[in-house]
Write a protein that binds this ligand. Sequence first.
Ligand SMILES: Cc1ncc(COP(=O)(O)O)c(C=O)c1O
Ligand SMILES: N[C@@H](CCOP(=O)(O)O)C(=O)O
Length: 355
Amino acid sequence: MPAPLHDRGVISRYREYLPVSDATPVISLNEGSTPLIHSPRLSEKAGAEVYIKYEGLNPTGSFKDRGMTVAISKAVEEGAQTVICASTGNTSAAAAAYAARAGIQCAVILPAGKIASGKLVQAYLYGAKVIAIKGNFDDALRLVRELGGVNGIAIVNSINPHRIEGQKTGSFEIIEELGDAPDMHILPVGNAGNITAYWKGYREFAEAERSTRLPRMVGFQAAGSAPIFYNKVVDQPNTVATAIRIGNPASWEGASNAVTQSGGSINIATDEEILAAQSWLAKNEGIFVEPASAASVAGLFKLLESGASLNASSIVLTVTGHGLKDPDTAMTTGDYHPIEAEADLDTVRSVLEQS
Ligand SMILES: Cc1ncc(COP(=O)(O)O)c(C=O)c1O
Ligand SMILES: N[C@@H](CCOP(=O)(O)O)C(=O)O
């Protein structure tokens, strides 16, 4: 019998692998079950089967929903009245939405002027208290660490282990669809919770004999915000991919373990490479992602350009957030060129005929 409509999120699907009990209230928006889309053009380029895990199709438009359903459910179970997070945008949207669903308060601390408009609007519309600081994400997370954990205020950044638990379900879905783990998994890295979570998920399914192999985990940071790649905190991180504009990732160690244990690597892509990949993916596969998400695709291109053998027959790229999150960046690239014309047939026909 199919699960009831209110019961199809990641907690219901993967309850036995998550830290929940019958006493945990399930706060869900039916997140997860996102499409794993085969990419014929990337497959041809790579000489391997390439699949895109389109996490922008989660309820608030990013992968954060997988972790937030668990973090907010546990926060409610533990009696929290308020949740708080630092954010470059997507975590705040997810926290605000799931807090609204739970009927509790949400406060978000953001770097002023550095949040994509779609994400900011989400936080306001879902009813969060939005505090824009004169500082970057790393400053915001420092404040959150000091404010949270007391007086019924739960932190719902990925320093909360329940977030990692929920996000590992992305790996479970990939294994279920492919029948096994891929040889290589490429994803963008910011605060580094997601690479940590995917690696945990792959290991758990292998231990449970739901898969027979483990992928190499390959992370891409934006070149101007690449502390793990350079092995050095970046005081003034900068990139057009504002979601991963992070100079001191909380899960640095988790990311390092994932790449070391899996035989993978952390690499960088420039803003130009990221925007070119965003545009390529939209035009060639019909998939519109926000700039940070395109770091995965830029990453695959860079690996191919390096000429080194990928040594993989199956590759999964996680694209983490929907393109509509950040319309302003998309509108400033060369792709956006509206053509104005008089409303008469001849004019429109002549415009159509122009190359
Ligand atoms: C769209 C998007 N992609 C990638 C990332 C990076 O994920 P993580 O912080 O878990 O490394 C984030 C957040 O940092 C994000 O919002
Ligand atoms: N990109 C993130 C940064 C915070 O990461 P988190 O996973 O620790 O919450 C965001 O969307 O804010």
